[in-house]
Design a protein around this ligand. Structure first.
Ligand SMILES: *[C@@H]1O[C@H](CO)[C@@H](O)[C@H](O)[C@H]1NC(C)=O
Ligand SMILES: *[C@@H]1O[C@H](CO)[C@@H](O)[C@H](O)[C@H]1NC(C)=O
Ligand SMILES: *[C@@H]1O[C@H](CO)[C@@H](O)[C@H](O)[C@H]1NC(C)=O
Ligand SMILES: *[C@@H]1O[C@H](CO)[C@@H](O)[C@H](O)[C@H]1NC(C)=O
Ligand SMILES: *[C@@H]1O[C@H](CO)[C@@H](O)[C@H](O)[C@H]1NC(C)=O
Ligand SMILES: *[C@@H]1O[C@H](CO)[C@@H](O)[C@H](O)[C@H]1NC(C)=O
Ligand SMILES: *[C@@H]1O[C@H](CO)[C@@H](O)[C@H](O)[C@H]1NC(C)=O
Ligand SMILES: *[C@@H]1O[C@H](CO)[C@@H](O)[C@H](O)[C@H]1NC(C)=O
Ligand SMILES: *[C@@H]1O[C@H](CO)[C@@H](O)[C@H](O)[C@H]1NC(C)=O
Ligand SMILES: *[C@@H]1O[C@H](CO)[C@@H](O)[C@H](O)[C@H]1NC(C)=O
Ligand SMILES: *[C@@H]1O[C@H](CO)[C@@H](O)[C@H](O)[C@H]1NC(C)=O
Ligand SMILES: *[C@@H]1O[C@H](CO)[C@@H](O)[C@H](O)[C@H]1NC(C)=O
Length: 378
């Protein structure tokens, strides 16, 4: 059962408050000139009181510089002027729990937020944001691995804590939009061709292992000869239903897939393997779960595991010159960039200092635009 902001507000009003330090959210917002754009936005949405009354929260407050970048993005194009989407965007910036900067470690954590509206985000207990400390820099990664770095930490007020961030969070988008932004055109095409897009988009709490284009290309001969039923079974073998497994939570063991088969997960030498495939980009948040990009296609009929050569799952396959399933799939003009430290080690937040250029989304977030009116019922 999801809590609406209104219900939480009622709960908050009966909660005890600390009378010896009573700095209100409104006073923090108005006294910080770097947050004037956020203050205007919250005021224009009539949400100052509702936000102020939420207890035990962490607010990620985009600075004016963050808003300036946001205004020039294509996300702003669809979001601004739509009160429902703006409200959903704002709730994604409200984390459940008071988390000060010293609690954020190099091992990433996936913190639940108040973005619980099913029309935008279908993750039980609220969409997550990834929090990590890389060599003393605290950042939050959101949809498309967008990097929001904390520029001012630990501003406390009576009901919670505020961290100022340099980039507006990106609400996770659906699987196809996200895959396209990472140039994973083969899986986008496969989901469409095999009519699997709806089930993948409309089921909550999924963990999806998405093979990259090279992986599909390497087994092109098998794909071109397989029946539709076989292909569906291969694709659904890449999805774990009912569990959102962020990579730090992945342990050695087996998991049941959407086609009721079994995957073997292995964590070895700082890498995560699913059967024989290695996770090359972990923890890409999507509207209804998480995507991990892998380097080879999984075969439900194979027992290949970590350490096997990537070709062992389909031993007789040969590649082709083109990327399978991509006819009709638009080639992205810009591709989301992956922070190098995200690709390097998925189980620890290791120390490379590479920054991630902000990837501007090409679409709106999730199904939100279609149902924007309904979002006002938060
Ligand atoms: C109230 O806040 C003050 C100052 O932050 C702190 O010292 C005190 O322990 C708090 N009291 C309660 C009951 O939380
Ligand atoms: C804190 O301040 C607000 C606004 O001034 C007031 O409404 C509220 O009652 C105060 N709370 C406490 C516990 O003093
Ligand atoms: C953001 O704040 C700056 C500085 O106060 C102001 O010039 C600008 O118009 C504001 N932008 C929006 C979108 O409110
Ligand atoms: C928003 O996007 C549409 C379609 O791409 C475009 O025609 C329009 O000019 C854009 N508006 C702004 C304010 O960027
Ligand atoms: C605050 O929220 C966190 C995370 O939801 C929870 O673990 C903790 O118990 C809450 N604390 C209070 C005082 O409600
Ligand atoms: C916040 O977390 C608590 C448990 O720690 C949970 O009961 C509550 O529903 C969560 N609130 C939201 C808005 O997700
Ligand atoms: C996307 O992938 C295709 C096929 O692997 C490649 O030809 C193309 O250059 C890539 N596009 C970008 C923008 O990286
Ligand atoms: C959210 O997930 C549930 C359970 O999988 C599903 O029944 C529901 O239709 C989904 N909602 C949306 C808006 O996709
Ligand atoms: C899944 O497989 C198990 C064991 O092979 C079987 O007992 C169960 O009925 C299957 N469930 C579905 C939904 O096919
Ligand atoms: C997981 O399995 C790998 C490979 O068998 C092994 O090296 C590693 O120690 C195992 N990890 C744990 C925590 O058992
Ligand atoms: C995998 O299956 C093949 C053929 O069924 C068998 O020869 C091999 O021993 C199996 N390998 C493992 C690790 O179970
Ligand atoms: C986010 O960007 C900052 C500043 O560019 C950088 O120091 C930090 O390492 C980046 N974080 C991640 C996880 O990529």
């Amino acid at each position: 059962m999801r809590c609406s902001l209104a219900i939480l507000a009622i709960a908050a009003s009966v909660a005890a408050q600390n009378s010896t330090s009573n700095t209100t959210l409104a006073s923090v917002l108005t006294s910080n000139s770097n947050l004037s754009n956020l203050t205007s936005l919250v005021t224009s949405l009539n949400l100052v009181d509702t936000l102020s009354q939420l207890t035990n929260v962490t607010i990620l407050a985009p600075s004016n510089a963050a808003f300036t970048k946001f205004m020039n993005s294509s996300v702003a194009n669809t979001t601004l002027g739509d009160k429902g989407l703006l409200t959903a965007l704002l709730t994604y910036h409200v984390l459940n729990g008071t988390i000060n900067s010293s609690q954020i470690a190099s091992m990433p954590t996936f913190v639940p937020t108040h973005l619980t509206n099913e029309l935008v985000s279908n993750v039980t207990d609220g969409q997550r944001v990834e929090a990590l400390n890389s060599s003393g820099t605290i950042s939050f990664l959101s949809g498309l691995l967008t990097n929001s770095t904390v520029t001012q930490a630990d501003i406390t007020y009576n009901n919670g804590i505020i961290h100022v961030i340099d980039t507006v969070l990106e609400p996770p988008q659906d699987v196809a939009e996200t895959a396209e932004a990472f140039n994973l055109t083969a899986i986008v095409g496969a989901l469409t061709t095999l009519s699997l897009a709806d089930i993948v988009d409309e089921t909550s709490d999924l963990t999806i292992f998405a093979p990259n284009n090279d992986a599909f290309q390497a087994i092109a001969s098998v794909l071109s000869n397989a029946s539709t039923d076989t292909l569906k079974s291969v694709l659904t073998y890449h999805v774990i239903p009912g569990k959102v497994l962020y990579s730090p939570l992945i342990e050695n063991g087996t998991q049941t897939t959407l086609n009721n088969s079994t995957l073997t997960l292995t964590v070895a030498n700082g890498s995560v393997f699913v059967n024989q495939a290695r996770v090359v980009t972990p923890n890409v948040l999507v509207a209804n779960g998480v995507v991990h990009v892998i380097d080879s296609v999984l075969n439900p009929g194979s027992n290949a595991t970590a350490g096997s050569n990537s070709s062992t799952a389909f031993p007789n396959a040969t590649s082709a010159s083109g990327v399978p399933f991509t006819s009709g799939v638009p080639t992205p003009t810009s591709v989301a960039s992956v922070p190098s430290q995200v690709t390097a080690a998925s189980t620890t937040g290791s120390s490379s200092s590479a920054g991630a250029a902000k990837a501007m989304a090409t679409g709106m977030f999730g199904a939100g635009v279609l149902f924007a009116g309904a979002l006002l019922a938060l």
